[in-house]
Design a protein. Structure first.
Length: 154
């Protein structure tokens, strides 16, 4: 059994992936966000080329992934498309993935807050990582969400 302490962190831009590695990551995102959550929406939204992609790997096995956005005039640095493989749940990999994503954002954008659009039922989880709710609940692709921000690390 893989635990949260036995993974390799891989961070890269989209064009740096092999075709097979890119396929595995996008397939997992579609399996989680579209199929598992019964949410038909355009997962391939055109934003991936502008983001960094963080993966937790065990050898060739993709455990979890997240998308890291750089800041824009309208947004702080942000973390999105947070997904843990259904085959590796219950191992605290969501916590590990978010901690690694926060670390990467803080390295790339020191002194900046980090934002997320969180599924509403995960507020407590994200709150445990220092995120604070900043919006009322809203629907995104038919799923209740809230905006949350993690203050800058000091």
């Amino acid at each position: 059994m893989t635990t949260a302490s036995t993974y390799i962190v891989d961070v890269r831009r989209l064009e740096e992936f092999s075709a097979l590695d890119l396929y595995a990551m996008l397939k997992m995102r579609v399996d989680v966000f579209v199929v598992e959550q019964t949410c038909p929406y355009p997962e391939l939204d055109g934003n991936d080329p502008d983001c960094l992609h963080l993966r937790l790997m065990d050898g060739d096995d993709l455990l979890a992934c997240a998308r890291l956005w750089r800041p824009t005039p309208d947004h702080l640095p942000r973390i999105g498309r947070v997904a843990v493989s259904p085959n590796h749940r219950g191992k605290r990999l969501g916590d590990a993935l978010m901690r690694e994503a926060i670390t990467e954002c803080e390295k790339a954008y020191p002194g900046e807050a980090i934002e997320i659009s969180a599924q509403a039922h995960l507020q407590k989880f994200y709150g445990s990582l220092g995120f604070e709710r900043t919006s009322e609940e809203y629907l995104e692709d038919g799923i209740p969400h809230v905006d949350m921000v993690r203050p800058p690390a000091i």
